[in-house]
Ligand binder design. Structure first.
Ligand code: SF4
Length: 332
């Protein structure tokens, strides 16, 4: 078999992602319930919610990257024309390599500490594109330059520990692009970075996304990151999708009480005077079982009797805007 030529990522990598009725369980704990979402090719959807909301589970399930012990119990995930949920074994491993790349929060853990960073990227090019060792080394340096690393020849010869957190994250992004992914899943990759470096990494991913037309799913709890990079936002609570809108709809017309509470916390943190307490959401997210009815009802200041009994359905509010709350008709 002839190996395909070595290459840098072709333009317009991204594919439509379609998630339909997806449910995921860890043992007998259901972590995600009946989530449907469409991520158009070349756009970024931010998954937002507190810890335990299901956002990481949804992102990992979308790339069929769930850890051992987790299983998809219902629904499907399609990336481009590939139904990832219909595949298993070798077919799944091959499809997964072609479709999704994952940016971890902790770049150090994702790199091999005893292999020079240039070699780590080169290995991806050798495996993914069939590049020769010499071609892969050249592509590795090109990839480092592409993610804004100055002096890539020198940096390629360094071990991960010699790089700053921001540089390590750039190396991880270079490796992710070497897979030529249709979908990039970013798991809060800027959380551990200081504000200046975070802004640089967000700018880098935005540029690469425009350049390569990547489809991106970005997990975050930070609304300033959402404002910076997202086209659409999916808000999760208790393993359910509770609101999905374009980014303007989020900041100018959020309708679900949980989304509005998250925004209130964000604005209070941003605008608070020194020593002024931040706004928080009373109570805690569900950890074991999810309550009957609306999962947010024990913490919702607007709850009424039926909220503890009936699960609200997602209702269309505008093009690109749905929310699940019994009180939408009240103009909330
Ligand atoms: Fe609050 Fe009821 Fe709406 Fe749930 S359905 S968010 S409890 S008002």
């Amino acid at each position: 078999m002839t190996a395909p030529p070595a290459q840098t990522p072709a333009r317009r990598l991204g594919s439509d992602v379609g998630i339909d009725g997806l449910s995921v369980a860890y043992g007998d704990h259901t972590a995600l319930r009946d989530v449907s979402l469409h991520v158009p090719a070349g756009t970024t959807t931010a998954l937002v919610g507190e810890s335990g909301s299901g956002k990481s589970t949804l992102a990992l399930a979308t790339g069929r990257l769930l850890p051992a012990g987790a299983r998809i119990t219902a629904g499907s995930v399609r990336v481009g024309d590939v139904d990832l949920t219909a595949l298993g074994g070798r077919a799944l491993r091959e499809a997964r390599g072609r479709t999704a790349a994952y940016l971890a929060q902790d770049a150090s853990a994702a790199l091999n500490p005893v292999v020079r960073v240039g070699r780590q990227i080169a290995e991806v090019h050798q495996v993914r594109c069939g590049a020769s060792r010499a071609e892969a080394a050249e592509l590795s340096q090109r990839a480092l330059a592409d993610v804004g690393i100055p002096d890539p020849d020198r940096v390629a010869r360094l071990y991960p520990h010699a790089l700053s957190g921001g540089m390590r994250q750039r190396v991880i992004i270079a490796m992710a692009l070497a897979f030529h992914p249709q979908l990039l899943i970013a798991d809060e990759p800027t959380t551990a970075l200081d504000v200046t470096v975070q802004a640089e990494i967000l700018g880098l991913v935005s540029r690469l996304q425009r350049e390569y037309g990547l489809t991106v799913v970005w997990i975050t709890h930070d609304m300033s990151v959402v404002a910076e990079i997202a086209d659409h936002v999916a808000v999760l609570y208790g393993g359910r999708l509770v609101e999905h809108t374009d980014v303007l709809g989020l900041f100018e017309g959020a309708r679900h009480p949980y989304t509005r509470a998250l925004l209130e916390c964000f604005r209070s943190g941003r605008d608070a005077a020194p020593k002024e307490p931040y706004t928080t959401i009373a109570g805690s997210p569900p950890t074991g079982g999810v309550p009957e009815g609306c999962p947010f009802h024990p913490r919702c200041p607007e709850a009424e009797a039926r909220c503890g009994v009936e699960v609200p359905r997602l209702e269309g509010l505008a093009a690109d805007h749905v929310a699940a709350c019994h009180r939408l008709e009240d103009g909330r």
